[in-house]
Design a protein around this ligand. Structure first.
Ligand SMILES: [Zn+2]
Length: 154
């Protein structure tokens, strides 16, 4: 228990593990695993007398290994950083971006799902995404965001 208490004391006033740190951790381990894979491929290339391939995969190994170490360094820096306010701001920004990506992905999925029944297009004035049922010929569209009226084919 003493170790736990000491660790708790040590971590007080530090950022600790947040969502961005977890993401950095996964990415860094991912890079290291890919790096190991590249080493194997490089060795296989050498066995099959392909020195160019071996060299390419050796370089790829160094690159991914370097990126992996860098990400791990960032992860450690985040977890033990005492500038909690700044780290929290970065984490919020990261979460916001993840959310935006998820929304975009969900909308693409939806578009793909009803690609046969709906046509998607953007308002020429404000770029708002609008959808209308397909096969209705020329229709008059009023943008829900800026109330711009335009004609489009469906
Ligand atoms: Zn509009």
């Amino acid at each position: 228990m003493r170790f736990r208490e000491r660790l708790y004391r040590f971590m007080q006033g530090r950022n600790g593990v947040d969502a961005l740190a977890k993401c950095l951790n996964k990415l860094s381990f991912g890079c290291l695993i890919v790096a190991i894979l590249f080493t194997f491929i490089s060795v296989i290339c050498l066995r099959h007398a392909a020195p160019t391939g071996a060299l390419v995969f050796r370089i790829l190994y160094y690159v991914t290994y370097g990126i992996g170490l860098l990400l791990m360094g960032l992860w450690i820096f985040r977890v033990f950083s005492r500038n909690v306010a700044k780290r929290q701001k970065e984490n919020t920004r990261y979460l916001y971006r993840v959310q935006k990506c998820e929304r975009r992905f969900a909308s693409l999925k939806q578009r793909w799902k009803d690609r046969k029944t709906f046509k998607y297009f953007r308002c020429p004035q404000c770029r708002q995404m609008i959808r209308a049922p397909r096969h209705k010929g020329k229709i008059r569209v009023t943008c829900s965001k800026c109330t711009h009226v335009f004609i489009t084919k469906t």
